[in-house]
Design a protein around this ligand. Structure first.
Ligand code: ADP
Ligand code: MG
Length: 237
């Protein structure tokens, strides 16, 4: 028993440290990338531009690893709250806009105020992962559409891209840990985390994809009916 208790405390400590380190490392990485970006704008020298691009690739790799592994560490905030999806998407779109700009991807969203319940930090992590994958599937530009459909007790969020799509075989491996077609740049953990989060919110996730045409992720989530009704009552006076 003593050993078990000791082991438990040790893993707690490790996951706590992992979370702190991930958070602490992420901020300087983001700052460094931002300033280097500013420096690189004026750079005309071919060789130096190549240096900059290599630096950006490596920083992106570091950022992806931190983002995907962060989930496995202890979340800072675990409490479920009411989530108003259009507000959350506004924030998330801001987060992925720099990446979208780099790939010349247009982000289009049309979102009514729907409410669900969950941990906002995790909700964001799930949809940022899906949007990042979509943008990464369009290295030469394209469109990322975010739409919703409403049902009585649930709604469906559709994240649709015009990227390279996937084969049947790729789709079947999509949610397996470490499955990635991105070589060194991928961790293959993004969608594992996404599935885990959506299931914890009593939601479902479906994928439709066609090689060379694009991919849609359809996420069904239960409505938070009380918030939904209260919102409409307030809105209509
Ligand atoms: P990673 O992004 O690190 O590769 P993910 O778990 O996020 O890991 O995704 C796994 C794989 O699923 C990707 O490497 C890619 O092959 C495929 N994939 C995910 N989303 C899309 C998408 N929108 N379009 C095409 N392929 C995708
Ligand atoms: Mg990913």
């Amino acid at each position: 028993l003593k050993e078990a208790v000791y082991h438990y405390k040790k893993t707690e400590l490790v996951s706590h440290l992992a979370a702190s380190i991930a958070h602490e490392v992420r901020n300087p990485v983001t700052t460094v990338r931002g300033f280097l970006q500013l420096l690189s704008i004026e750079e005309k020298d071919e060789r130096k531009r190549w240096y900059f691009n290599t630096i950006f690739d490596e920083l992106d790799k570091a950022e992806n690893i931190i983002a995907d592994y962060l989930y496995f560490a202890k979340p800072q905030e675990k409490q479920k709250k009411t989530i108003q999806i259009d507000r959350e998407f506004e924030k998330m779109i801001n987060v992925v806009t720099p990446l979208a700009n780099r790939n010349q991807v247009q982000v289009l969203s049309e979102l009514p105020p729907y409410f669900t319940s969950g941990v906002p930090q995790l909700f964001q992590q799930a949809f940022i992962n899906i949007m990042k994958n979509a943008i990464e599937a369009m290295p030469n530009g394209g469109k990322l559409n975010i739409d919703t459909f409403e049902r009585e007790y649930e709604f469906i969020i559709i994240i649709k891209d015009t990227g390279h799509g996937m084969s049947k075989e790729q789709i079947s491996k999509l949610f397996q840990p470490y499955f990635s077609t991105k070589g060194e740049k991928g961790t293959g953990l993004g969608l594992v985390v996404v599935q885990h989060i959506i299931e914890s919110m009593n939601g479902k996730i479906e994928v439709k994809s066609e090689l060379g045409k694009g991919t849609s992720f359809l996420i069904t989530l239960p409505k938070d009916l009380v918030s939904q009704i209260t919102y409409h009552e307030v809105a209509s006076g």
